[in-house]
Design a protein around this ligand. Structure first.
Ligand code: ES4
Ligand code: ZN
Length: 350
């Protein structure tokens, strides 16, 4: 791709990236060595014994990864690979390195502000203390803000395939770290796990002044009902943002609700093209944009999505949705508008 000034020259904002989904092959290898944890490729028990083999494994899983339980017929589900990476994260330094790796990577793409998801239950259920996670993240966040000019805030996600009670427990355990956490999200395997299961914890979070969002991934079972719950009921009267929510394009009613309420949508094109025909993806993105919905482009899990970062998503929609310069600028304005930065920081980003 030749550099496109409208993409390269705008200071960027990323609002949908899972920090655990940014684990590069080299960090996976480093962590495995440092913590003496053997690496295998997906569920196969064949050990990987060099960085080169880890890189090859990453290349191999590309294209063979399913979306989740819905596509378990592929060689590995996405979640096997994703949660497999969690096992390597043990110490504060590990979490620091993970976060710093992301900040360093996006600094080169002129990302100036990001809101980053993390999955505390995926760590605490393995016996890692939340304090270890948060201290590592905090140190990286502060260094990135000061030395890289990459500002960030954290969004704590609940794993929807765990119980609502577990979410409440994790929520309470995280309250001492409230200053670090701007918002609450909902992710992991969506199959038969509607947002309604988590109404109670989201209502508490809303009362405690957290900002709210939730995943409704592309082409999931009952997706329109899930989208409706997020937009109308989560937190009492609906979340401020929805992550993905692409199938809203299939319903005039939902498109209108999202528009009327000004709900921000974080769209991750690189996550969808692995599972769907291009037309299915880019026509919906175009439709949502043209309907006046506030969409923004982000990466999701770049390390596991063909190493596609936020830049690649922007190039992709520029090309496939035929967004003009003015429309690319509008995408960026949307991001400023729907992000949860403080007003003085927003002013700097516009
Ligand atoms: C995720 Cl692709 C995807 N879907 C749902 N939850 C997630 N967490 C991280 N990546
Ligand atoms: Zn996501």
């Amino acid at each position: 791709q030749s550099a496109d000034p409208i993409i390269t020259q705008i200071p960027k904002i990323e609002l949908h990236v899972h920090i655990e989904g940014t684990m590069s092959p080299s960090l996976r290898w480093t962590l495995s060595q440092r913590n003496s944890i053997p690496l295998t490729c997906g569920t196969s028990k064949v050990p990987l014994t060099s960085l080169q083999e880890v890189e090859e494994a990453y290349t191999q899983i590309r294209g063979r990864i399913g979306a989740g339980s819905a596509e378990a017929s592929k060689s590995f589900t996405f979640f096997e690979i994703y949660y497999g990476g969690f096992e390597l994260l043990q110490t504060e330094e590990d979490f620091y390195d993970l976060a710093m790796g992301y900040f360093e990577r996006v600094e080169g793409m002129d990302v100036r502000y990001c809101e980053v998801f993390f999955d505390p239950q995926g760590h605490t259920r393995r016996g890692i203390a939340l304090d270890v996670v948060m201290k590592g993240f905090k140190r990286a966040q502060e260094k990135a803000a000061k030395e890289l000019n990459v500002k960030s805030q954290w969004i704590m996600c609940f794993l929807r395939d765990m119980s609502p009670e577990s979410a409440i427990q994790q929520y309470e355990a995280a309250l001492p770290y409230k200053d670090m956490i701007i918002g609450i999200g909902l992710d992991s395997d969506e199959l038969d796990r509607p947002p309604s299961l988590f109404y109670e914890v989201f209502q508490r979070a809303k009362k405690d002044k957290f900002r709210l969002t939730a995943h409704c991934d592309f082409n999931q079972k009952n997706t329109l009902e899930h989208i409706r719950q997020v937009c109308e009921n989560l937190g009492g009267s609906g979340a401020e943002r929805i992550d993905h929510g692409m199938n809203a394009a299939d319903s005039d009613d939902l498109t209108e609700i999202i528009k009327k309420k000004g709900i921000g949508m974080t769209i991750c094109p690189c996550a969808y093209i692995r599972h769907a025909a291009e037309d299915e993806v880019f026509l919906r993105i175009r439709k949502l944009f043209d309907a006046g919905n506030k969409i923004t482009i982000a990466s999701d899990d770049p390390a596991y999505m063909e190493d596609n970062w936020v830049m690649h998503g922007l190039y992709m929609v520029r090309d496939k949705c035929k967004f003009t310069d003015a429309e690319m600028v509008k995408l960026q304005r949307n991001a400023v508008e729907i992000c949860w930065a403080r007003d003085e920081d927003k002013a700097r980003l516009s």
